[in-house]
Write a protein that binds this ligand. Structure first.
Ligand code: DGJ
Length: 720
C-alpha cells in the first residue's frame, strides 16, 4: 500500500520516498519529504515557539504559528508570510482559512478534467484531503497520487464554490512543499531561442528564486520545473528533489528560503495574466504537478523522471515504439520547392535507408514565404503538382512513411481565414496588432475557433494517409483582450491552453497511430503538458551538432531520449555557420531520435554512402538510445570542450564522446563507464577488443580520436 493513514498522520509513500503529512487543528503540516520512513513518531518535530511577529491563529496557543510550520498549502492573509500557494478573493478580501474536513483514499490515479494527466497504473493510489473555508464558502481538495514503483507523486487541486457569491481565484498552485533549513543548490533548465535547456546550478540564498513564463507558452527560456539538491549532491550521490508541471502555458516555479532559512517550493499557473471567476457551484482544477525525490544524486533523479515520463506521460502507443528515421525538407528547401524536388529528396532518402519523409512549411494556401497564409489549411496544388493524396502515395510507393507540418494556432493577416474572421485573432480592443514572424495567434479561448480548427484538422487527417504530424507554434501571445470584460481577459491565457488541450486530445486519441511531434520554433514549448499528447519534441531549431550538446544534455535531466528529435544538417550550419564533420553530426544526432534535414540531392556519393552507414548503424543502436538508460559522463556546458554520454540497454552499451576543439599535446580523456557488470565481458564492435565491466568502470577507457575525425568517437559494446 502506497498510502497509509495512522490517526492524524498520512503517509504518501513510493518505493524509496515518503511524504508525511500531519493534520493538526485542520491544518496540513508537512512532517517529512525525503527518504522513505515507514513509521513517524514526531521525534523530530520542528521546535515550535512563538516567533517574533509571526501570526498565531489562536490567542491561547502562542507556540503555533503558520509562519513557522512546514505545510503543503500556503494560505494568504492568515500569518504565513512566505509565498502563498492559494489566493482567492471573496466578499471584500482575500483571507482564507481552509481547514481539514476529511480524507479519501482512491484506487489508482485520476484524470483531471480538460488537463493532461499521467496514465494510471496498478501501483497507483490517491489520497484526497478535503478542506473547507466556512466563511468564504469554498471547498478545496488536494490530491496526491503515489506511483509507488516509479518513485513519483502527482498532485493537483480542485476548488469548488459551495456558496452563493462569486469568488475570484488569483492564484492556485498545483504543488507546494516546505523543507527544513539546509545548504541547498537550485538547478534550472534555462535558455533562449536556439539554445534551450541549458543546465544552471547555483546556491540557494535567502529570498526567492523564481522562474516563470508569461508568454502564453512555457517558452524557450525556462522549463516548467525546478530541482533542489543538497549542495554536495553530485551525479551519483546525494539528495535531490524535483518539481515539474504538466502544463504548456504561463507557469511559475520558485524556491523560497525565508528568514529562518526554511525552504518552500511551489509550482503552478503563473499568477500574472491570470484570474478565474468561480461562480456559485463552479469548480476549478489546477494542472498536475510531479514531485520526485532521489537519494542517488542527479542520475538517480533523471532515471526516475525519464522512466516516469516514458511510462506515464507519453501516449501509451508510443511509449516504447521505436521512432522512424526521418528526412525533413525544411533546411533542404525552405519554401522553395516543387513536387519534383520533393520526390528527388524522397528518392535519395529511400536509397540511404531513411524511413519517413516530412514535408515542412509551405505546402498550403498562398504560402511562398512566412508572411502569409497561416490559417488556410488547404493544399497548394500548384506547388505540389497535384493533390496531397497523390504526393503521399508517391512517397508511400517508395517505401517511406509520410509526415506533414502544420501550425494550427496561428493566423496571418494575409489569409482567407483572417479576411473571414478578423476577430478570431487574439487582440485587445482599439490597439494595433503586434506581430511576430508577421503572424497573429488564434484565440483558442473562443469555442468557435476551437471547433473550427478541430474540424479542419480532422478533415485533413481523415482524408489523407498521414503517418506523422509536426505541430509548430512560432510566436508568443501579446495584446490579450478578447474578453467581454477585464476578468474574462484575465481568464484568456488559461482558457487558450484548455482549448489547445481539447483539440490535441481529440486528434491524438482519434488518430492514435499518427506520430505527433511538437515544435515551437524548436523547444519553445518542450514541456510535459505537450508531451502527454505528442510523444516527440523538436528540441531546438539549432541543428549545429556542437550547439546541440548542452541542449540534449539539459533535456536528459528530466525527459527521456525517446521524446527528442535530433537531426543531421548541412555545413556550414545554417544557424551557427560552423563546419562539423559528418561523422560528428551523426554521432550527436544518434544520441536522440535520428533524422536528417539537408538536401541529400546535393551531397557527394561519399557523403551519401556515409549517411547510409549511419542509418544502418542507427537501426542497430536505436533500441539502446530510445529504450535504454542514459548516463551523463561529461557536461558540455557552455565553455566546456568535451561532452560524453553513455546508454545501456540489455546487453548493449554505447558511449559517445565529443571534443569540440582539437588540443595539441594533450593526454586523451579517460572515461569511466557506468552501471556495467563487473565480471561481464564487453566486446567493442568493429574492433574485437574485449574488456571486463570492472575494467571499463574503474580503470576507464581512453577516448583516442581516430585520424580524419578529430571531433568525436562512438563506442558500441556488446556483452558476450
Ligand atoms: C520553425 C520550426 O522550428 C522549423 O523547424 C520549421 O518547421 C519552421 N518553423 C517552418 O516555418
Amino acid at each position: 500500500m502506497a498510502i497509509k493513514i495512522d490517526k492524524h498522520l498520512f503517509y504518501i509513500n513510493t518505493k524509496n520516498s515518503s511524504l508525511i503529512i500531519e493534520e493538526r487543528d485542520g491544518y496540513l503540516l508537512l512532517k517529512h519529504l525525503g527518504r522513505k520512513i515507514e513509521s513517524y513518531h514526531f521525534s523530530n518535530t520542528v521546535f515550535e515557539r512563538d516567533h517574533a511577529f509571526s501570526g498565531n491563529p489562536r490567542s491561547n496557543e502562542r507556540s503555533f504559528s503558520l509562519d513557522t510550520q512546514r505545510q503543503v498549502l500556503g494560505q494568504h492573509g492568515l500569518g504565513d508570510f512566505r509565498q502563498p500557494s492559494l489566493q482567492v478573493q471573496h466578499a471584500n478580501n482575500e483571507v482564507t482559512d481552509f481547514r481539514f474536513v476529511e480524507s479519501q483514499l482512491i484506487k489508482g490515479g485520476l484524470e483531471v478534467p480538460g488537463l493532461p494527466s499521467p496514465h494510471s497504473t496498478e501501483d497507483a493510489e490517491t489520497l484526497a484531503f478535503i478542506l473547507e473555508d466556512t466563511v468564504a464558502h469554498l471547498r478545496l481538495t488536494l490530491y496526491y497520487t503515489a506511483f509507488e514503483d516509479s518513485n513519483t507523486i502527482a498532485t493537483f487541486t480542485k476548488l469548488e464554490n459551495i456558496g452563493r457569491e462569486t469568488a475570484v481565484i488569483h492564484k492556485n498552485l498545483s504543488l507546494m512543499a516546505d523543507l527544513p533549513a539546509g545548504t541547498y543548490d537550485v538547478i534550472s533548465l534555462q535558455g533562449a531561442y536556439a539554445r534551450e535547456k541549458t543546465v544552471r546550478r547555483h546556491k540557494l540564498e535567502q529570498g526567492i528564486f523564481k522562474i516563470a513564463s508569461n508568454r502564453g507558452a512555457s517558452g524557450h527560456t525556462q522549463t516548467p520545473s525546478l530541482i533542489l539538491c543538497d549542495s554536495e549532491t553530485t551525479e551519483e550521490a546525494g539528495q535531490v528533489w524535483a518539481i515539474q508541471l504538466l502544463y504548456s502555458g504561463n507557469f511559475e516555479a520558485w524556491i523560497q528560503q525565508n528568514q529562518l532559512n526554511e525552504v518552500r517550493l511551489g509550482i503552478g499557473i503563473n499568477e500574472d495574466n491570470f484570474a478565474w471567476k468561480l461562480e456559485a457551484r463552479q469548480t476549478f482544477y489546477s494542472p498536475v504537478a510531479l514531485l520526485n525525490y532521489s537519494a542517488q544524486g542527479l542520475t538517480g533523479l533523471s532515471h526516475e523522471s525519464q522512466a516516469f515520463v516514458q511510462e506515464h506521460i507519453i501516449p501509451k502507443a508510443f511509449a516504447k515504439r521505436e521512432r522512424p528515421i526521418l528526412i525533413n525538407n525544411w533546411e533542404a528547401t525552405y519554401f522553395d520547392f516543387k513536387k519534383e524536388k520533393l520526390l528527388e529528396l524522397a528518392d535519395e532518402a529511400q536509397k540511404v535507408g531513411i524511413e519517413l519523409f516530412v514535408l515542412d512549411d509551405g505546402w498550403f494556401g498562398n504560402r511562398f514565404d512566412d508572411n502569409r497564409a497561416l490559417g488556410d489549411w488547404f493544399v497548394n496544388e500548384d506547388k505540389l503538382g497535384g493533390s496531397l493524396t497523390e504526393l503521399i502515395s508517391e512517397v508511400h510507393s517508395r517505401g517511406l512513411q509520410f509526415g506533414l507540418w502544420v501550425e494550427p494556432e496561428m493566423i496571418s493577416v494575409d489569409s482567407q481565414l483572417y479576411r473571414a474572421h478578423p476577430d478570431w485573432a487574439i487582440q485587445a480592443p482599439d490597439r494595433d496588432h503586434t506581430y511576430s514572424r508577421n503572424q497573429l495567434v488564434l484565440d483558442y479561448a473562443n469555442p468557435d475557433v476551437v471547433a473550427y480548427i478541430k474540424e479542419t484538422l480532422d478533415q485533413l487527417l481523415s482524408q489523407h494517409d498521414i503517418d506523422y504530424i509536426k505541430w509548430d507554434m512560432n510566436r508568443n501571445i501579446t495584446n490579450l483582450g478578447n474578453g467581454t470584460n477585464y476578468l474574462a481577459t484575465k481568464m484568456q491565457s488559461h482558457k487558450y491552453i484548455l482549448g489547445l488541450y481539447e483539440i490535441v486530445k481529440y486528434l491524438t486519441e482519434k488518430y492514435e497511430n499518427i506520430l505527433f511531434e511538437s515544435c515551437s520554433g524548436g523547444g519553445g514549448r518542450n514541456d510535459l503538458g505537450m508531451m502527454r499528447y505528442f510523444p516527440q519534441v523538436w528540441a531546438s531549431d539549432n541543428t549545429d551538432a556542437i550547439a546541440r550538446l548542452p541542449i540534449q544534455y539539459g533535456s536528459s535531466y528530466l525527459y527521456p531520449t525517446i521524446s527528442m528529435g535530433a537531426h543531421v544538417s548541412a555545413v556550414p550550419n545554417h544557424q551557427m555557420g560552423r563546419i562539423t564533420p559528418l561523422a560528428t553530426r551523426g554521432h550527436v544526432a544518434m544520441m536522440g531520435n535520428l533524422g536528417y534535414e539537408l538536401d541529400l540531392t546535393s551531397l557527394s556519393d561519399e557523403e551519401k554512402a556515409a549517411i547510409a552507414d549511419q542509418v544502418k548503424l542507427y537501426k542497430e543502436l536505436r533500441p539502446v538510445v530510445q529504450l535504454g538508460r542514459q548516463y551523463r559522463l561529461i557536461n558540455p556546458d557552455v565553455g566546456s570542450n568535451e561532452a560524453a554520454v553513455q546508454f545501456n540497454y540489455e546487453d548493449q552499451t554505447i558511449v559517445t564522446y565529443v571534443r569540440v576543439l582539437s588540443v595539441v599535446e594533450t593526454m586523451e580523456t579517460t572515461l569511466k563507464l557506468k552501471d556495467l557488470e563487473e565480471e561481464g565481458l564487453y566486446e567493442l564492435q568493429g574492433n574485437g577488443a574485449v574488456y571486463s565491466g570492472a575494467e571499463l568502470m574503474y580503470a576507464g577507457i581512453t577516448m583516442n580520436l581516430p585520424q580524419g575525425d578529430y571531433l568525436s568517437r562512438q563506442l558500441h559494446f556488446i556483452k558476450k
